[in-house]
Design a binder for this molecule. Structure first.
Ligand SMILES: [Zn+2]
Length: 190
């Protein structure tokens, strides 16, 4: 199906990662920057389908909570794909993630079409590293923060320099902040 785009768009496949956060939450509280969250692309439509492909009901719940958080922003609508339907975003977890390039809490693989005015996201898969999250005693809420961060990438957001942003590159404490809502709004408004 992608062939009709090849004349004017290039399909790019990339990966972004979220690293282990070990700093204390008191450092977060003292950091108040107003850096806007950057974005790198968007889906063609604001209704985006997803499926959770993890056998763990615990992680299904973590992903469901993260989906709820993004839906409550009111910009995009993440809808569970019907059985047998191909989902835009796949949400999963891995117990045996190799971390030779660093300690990864989660990562998102995505592909997009490079266009002159914007990048159009065509698929994304976000994975939580179960073994690391357990080893470093992330609470369920912190795991939900990591899941929210990964879905943020799947929706087109990049890393923020602000520790208050859910898109901070090494994070387990922050959830969706005002600047993240503005970024999503901007990414999906022509
Ligand atoms: Zn990230």
């Amino acid at each position: 199906m992608l062939s009709k785009f090849t004349k004017w768009a290039i399909l790019i496949i990339a990966t972004v990662v979220l690293t282990l956060a070990t700093f204390s939450s008191t450092i977060i509280a003292s950091a108040t920057t107003n850096t806007a969250t950057p974005s790198w692309g968007s889906w063609e439509d604001t209704t985006i389908t997803y499926k959770t492909s993890t056998s763990s009901s615990y992680y299904k719940g973590v992903w469901k909570n993260a989906v709820k958080r993004w839906n409550s922003v009111g910009v995009v609508q993440l809808k569970a794909a019907k059985a047998g339907q191909k989902a835009d975003i796949t949400l999963t977890s891995s117990a045996s993630l190799s971390t030779k390039s660093g300690k990864l809490a989660g990562y998102t693989n995505y592909s997009y079409l490079k266009k002159s005015n914007d990048n159009e996201i065509v698929s994304a898969t976000s994975t939580l590293n179960r073994s690391l999250l357990s080893k470093y005693h992330y609470s369920k809420n912190q795991r939900t923060n990591v899941a929210t961060h990964e879905i943020g990438h799947a929706l087109g957001l990049s890393h923020s320099k602000s520790k208050n942003s859910v898109m901070y590159a090494s994070d387990r404490y922050a959830s969706i902040d005002h600047q993240d809502k503005v970024a999503l709004q901007n990414a999906y408004t022509d």
